[in-house]
Design a protein around this ligand. Structure first.
Ligand SMILES: Nc1ncnc2c1ncn2[C@@H]1O[C@H](COP(=O)(O)OP(=O)(O)OP(=O)(O)O)[C@@H](O)[C@H]1O
Ligand SMILES: [Mg+2]
Length: 453
């Protein structure tokens, strides 16, 4: 341990010999007050917070004090509690409950310094991971998008390519699938990264206002226009204009937008002057724009102009292997800053429920369920019920079978992603023959690849 690391102790500090040993090992012992905050101000940072319940005798006042500390201590992040207790304490149900519900590990007296060091180091590693420090980086790369499924690997590849040019991009995908995140990633990867990213939700602006919101207006151009104003397109000059829900744009505005895309010029409301604006357009829609063209709701010429570079965000149910990593990511972000929580992960049942759910609201739904679960959970591990999902409904054998099948599919997807869809390479990674991998792909409905890759 390089710098001294806080170790919250309750209900009392360890005996002198042990305390001295811990200090030599780099722990700064803080007696956690029974009525809330620690007695000294904790040194925050990314080291993760560790607490030690040290008990010499299992009396009721000590139990009360310990519980108050475990529930009420404020710290910069979630604390990983471990405990050292007399053996007879574990014969009492109240202490057993405390251990089960609040501690991630425990030892009984007499214990060796080595065993104590081991337990604290393990808690520290875990606290560090939960707090986002240490070696673990869950955001995969600079695109800020979680997920290693072939679909996500392909998407990242496409994003990097389209970021190199200035042509319009049309992003399709169900609600909550990550369209805006993908648009931001394109912007950040592009030469326009230092310019503005201006997001406009075409469905959320009143039809009467959208013309002047987008194109700006001159003073006196309509009742109430007491001063001239630049529009959102102009605000995106040198950067990127993200037009969300473009399918909701009125036909008249579609014409004006088409002119901007063709000539890179705009006319403010009430002005006859044309203004040159250099903004890249990325549009998104959760409705199928091609069918909107078919029904006359969307201009065909605008559709073709926008869809020079189409990107599709696959729904979450089609990339199951991304769910565990996304869930861990949202668990970590939901826990950040929460001190009154003992949550540190999710149970196997919760994971099975996450994998079985059809995710109509896609990644946003997963994010919201995880936020809710962190608040609702009473235990260290989030359950399916905390997520608002049905628990396991099959018998154990079926569940095991489903888990095996999912694990197999996940391994295949990850290997193919790493091998850039090269069957020979992926088969080598998985330690199976090409023929076996070909058969497994078919079994899991993972596409139809030629045997000779
Ligand atoms: N791959 C991902 N990794 C991490 N976070 C993600 C990922 N995909 C989506 N999110 C998060 O999920 C939420 C929804 O994503 P986003 O707003 O980009 O979706 P959307 O397709 O634009 O949704 P809508 O159609 O409802 O506007 C956001 O908080 C976003 O940061
Ligand atoms: Mg969006």
């Amino acid at each position: 341990m390089l710098a001294a690391q806080d170790l919250y102790c309750c209900p009392r500090l360890p005996e002198a010999g042990i305390a001295q040993h811990l200090q030599l090992k780099g722990w700064k012992l803080i007696l956690a007050a029974q009525d809330g905050p620690a007695q000294t101000s904790p040194s925050a940072g990314l080291q993760g917070q560790v607490g030690l319940v040290w008990l010499d005798e299992p009396s009721s006042p000590w139990l009360e004090r310990s519980l108050q500390c475990l529930r009420g201590l404020r710290s910069p992040g979630p604390i990983q509690w471990v405990g050292v207790l007399p053996r007879q304490a574990l014969e009492q149900s109240v202490w057993r409950e405390l251990v089960i519900n609040h501690l991630r590990d425990h030892q009984t007296h007499p214990l060796s310094c080595e065993a104590l060091d081991h337990m604290l180091a393990s808690a520290q590693r875990r606290a560090c991971l939960l707090q986002g420090g240490g070696a673990l980086t869950l955001v995969d790369d600079d695109l800020g998008m979680i997920g290693q499924s072939p679909a996500m690997a392909g998407l990242r590849h496409q994003i990097r390519k389209v970021a190199l040019v200035d042509a319009p991009v049309l992003i399709s995908g169900e609600s909550g699938s990550g369209k805006e995140l993908a648009a931001q990633a394109i912007h950040k990867q592009s030469r326009r990264a230092t310019g503005a990213f201006v997001a406009v939700n075409c469905a959320a602006i009143a039809p009467a206002l959208i013309q002047s919101e987008l194109f700006g207006h001159e003073r006196g151009s309509f009742t109430g226009a007491t001063s001239g104003r630049a529009g959102l397109i102009e605000a995106a000059a040198g950067g990127t204009l993200f037009l969300d829900e473009i399918g909701d744009l009125a036909l008249e505005l579609q014409t004006n937008l088409l002119r901007f895309l063709q000539e890179h010029t705009i006319q403010k409301v009430g002005s006859s002057r044309t203004l040159q604006v250099d903004a890249r357009v990325i549009a998104a829609s959760h409705i199928d724009l091609a069918s909107a063209v078919g029904t006359g709701r969307f201009r065909e010429d605008l559709f073709y102009r926008l869809s020079v570079l189409p990107l599709h965000l696959p729904p979450l149910r089609e990339r199951l292997s991304d769910i565990p990593a996304l869930a861990r990511h949202f668990l970590r972000t939901s826990l950040a800053g929460l001190s009154h929580t003992q949550v540190e992960g999710f149970s196997q049942d919760a994971l099975s429920a996450l994998l079985a759910h059809p995710w109509p609201g896609n990644v946003r739904e997963l994010q919201n369920r995880m936020r809710r679960a962190v608040v609702m959970a009473d235990q260290r591990l989030i359950s399916a019920a905390d997520l608002g999902l049905p628990g396991p409904q099959h018998d154990a054998a079926l569940a095991l079978d489903a888990a095996r099948c999912l694990a197999e599919r996940e391994a295949i997807e990850v290997a193919l992603g790493r091998a850039d869809q090269n069957i020979t390479h992926a088969a080598r990674l998985l330690g199976v023959s090409r023929m076996t991998l070909y058969r497994l792909r078919q079994k899991h409905g993972l596409g139809d690849y030629p045997i000779a890759a």
